[in-house]
Design a protein around this ligand. Structure first.
Ligand SMILES: Cc1cc2nc3c(=O)[nH]c(=O)nc-3n(C[C@H](O)[C@H](O)[C@H](O)COP(=O)(O)OP(=O)(O)OC[C@H]3O[C@@H](n4cnc5c(N)ncnc54)[C@H](O)[C@@H]3O)c2cc1C
Length: 464
């Protein structure tokens, strides 16, 4: 009785219900990972994320070996590798954690057919989200949710499966079963803040749920001294399970605030599952294809490279480039700046984030970009989700710690001018060693004017 466990983005041994179930139902369980070029070179390709994933896989292999097994790497698409392996191992089933993206669902349907034709079957189960089955969540009217708060209330009330430990020992795959070498994949950002793999992920999760969540409710938006968990990349690759993280959150206000935030991950997965067209187009039919976007490459480059002249935007974009991470508050500000102030298509920002983020995740990224562009579920007037980068900096980075960390040319600019360095008198610029227009750019646009133009742009689209 043999089964294959097909690891995808559940690269862990703890609380891995796919692995536990396969072990309970089969004497021999063979862990497999397929290097799928469609993902590595496709539209969501990312050098930092590929490098991070590779390190997660290396550690998964080490952990499997410590338990008596090993990771079999197939350098082929799963459609070729899995039926071949299933035939040669005479495996009755391939187990995997269900996923929701349009690509993942198409792929899994094709694999299920291919396995069936070779006498095996694909068994999908929970493990990717905090709740087991996002497709089963529905409003009283039986429709999918489009508003977060009622989804959250329903989500909180759903039963949860028990968290499972790591299996103490695993059966050994047949010695003659070959495995490809893991090739070099991608390049990590120069200051990647996270060590890949389950071990570091668990240490971070246990620290966060032990003591570090203290102050999360009040301070998770602070940029200077972040109180956020830094778990998103680990959650994306499944180095920790969202279910286990949720189970460990303290039963206090901070734990409650973190649980609500974690629910956004399930919410956007639920949204994409039910609206696969969102992967490429606006959820709001009224606005779909109607907004006249600015196609200015110089403006887009200034945004990507952190040269807009707005310190908070520039700090955040350089944080992304240097670390592969960006704080949530900063993501909101740079998203609003790109889409509303610059008038650039939200998909350009979405794509850049997918290229650069270690936690780049189709559902969370798409849902948040559509939110900030006011084109997604639960739409609000565009002006409500338009952030003033100066006020945001004064509120969430009042001491300038975040901005000075990422924009060194502003290091000696006095606090009074740090959010609007273009207002510095000439002598202050000289003393601070920061001449505007030479050492640091003039602002690429005027926020107040850009705001008026954005409101007019959306209004035209609404009436078109
Ligand atoms: C424009 C934009 C794009 C984004 N793209 C991504 C993305 O590609 N991948 C991604 O994981 N998150 C994305 N987010 C959501 C959020 O910014 C990150 O999840 C968060 O900053 C990760 O840091 P953390 O783990 O320290 O968060 P914490 O504050 O510690 O939150 C804990 C966990 O809750 C989840 N979470 C928190 N906020 C959100 C949210 N708004 N939406 C969905 N899940 C959330 C994440 O899994 C996160 O790890 C995006 C947000 C914006 C505004």
């Amino acid at each position: 009785m043999t089964a294959i466990v097909w690891f995808r983005r559940d690269l862990r041994l703890h609380d891995n219900p796919t692995l536990t179930r396969a072990l309970a139902e089969h004497a021999l369980v063979v862990p497999v990972f397929c290097l799928d070029q469609r993902l590595l070179a496709g539209r969501h390709r990312s050098a930092p994320r590929a490098a991070f994933m590779r390190e997660c896989l290396e550690e998964l292999d080490r952990n499997l070996r410590a338990a008596g097994s090993r990771l079999v790497v197939a350098d082929e698409t799963p459609a070729l590798a899995l039926p071949r392996l299933a035939r040669s191992l005479q495996a009755e089933a391939v187990y995997a954690a269900a996923d929701i993206s349009p690509f993942a669902r198409r792929r899994d349907r094709a694999i299920a057919r291919a396995l069936e034709a070779s006498g095996s079957q694909l068994i999908l189960g929970p493990g990717t989200f905090a709740v087991d089955d996002l497709s089963a969540i529905a409003t009283g009217g039986g429709t999918p949710y489009t508003v977060f708060t009622p989804f959250y209330r329903r989500w909180l009330a759903l039963p949860r499966r028990a968290v499972q430990g790591a299996p103490p020992s695993l059966p050994q795959p047949p010695a003659q079963l070959g495995s490809s070498e893991l090739p070099r994949l991608g390049v990590l950002p120069p200051q990647a803040p996270f060590v890949a793999g389950e071990r570091a992920a668990r240490a971070r999760m246990l620290a966060f749920t032990g003591t570090d969540a203290g102050g999360y409710r009040e301070h998770h938006d602070d940029l200077g001294q972040p109180h956020a968990s830094g778990l998103s990349a680990y959650l994306h690759f499944g180095c920790v399970s969202a279910r286990e993280l949720e189970s460990l959150l303290p039963a206090d206000d901070d734990g409650e605030a973190a649980r609500r935030q974690l629910c956004w991950r399930d919410f956007y997965a639920h949204v994409l599952l039910h609206n696969p067209g969102n992967a490429r187009a606006e959820q709001q039919l009224q606005l779909r294809g109607k907004i006249e976007w600015n196609r200015s490459m110089p403006l887009f480059d200034a945004w990507r490279e952190g040269r807009t002249g707005y310190p908070l935007v520039d700090a955040a974009m350089r944080e992304l480039r240097d670390t592969g991470y960006m704080h949530n508050r900063a993501r909101l500000v740079v998203g609003s700046f790109l889409v509303k102030d610059m008038g650039i298509d939200w998909r350009w920002g979405e794509r850049w984030f997918m290229r650069t983020l270690l936690d780049g995740d189709e559902a969370s990224n798409n849902g948040n970009w559509q939110w900030i562009a006011s084109v997604g579920v639960d739409p609000q007037p565009p002006s409500r989700r338009m952030f003033n980068p100066v006020l945001q900096q004064q509120r969430f980075d009042p001491t300038g710690r975040y901005v000075r960390r990422h924009v060194p040319e502003l290091r000696s600019v006095p606090d009074t001018y740090l959010a609007e360095p273009w207002t510095m008198p000439a002598d202050v610029q000289r003393t601070a060693g920061c001449i505007i227009g030479e050492d640091y750019p003039e602002p690429v646009l005027d926020h107040a004017q850009a705001r008026r133009e954005a409101i007019a742009r959306y209004e035209r689209a609404r009436l078109a």
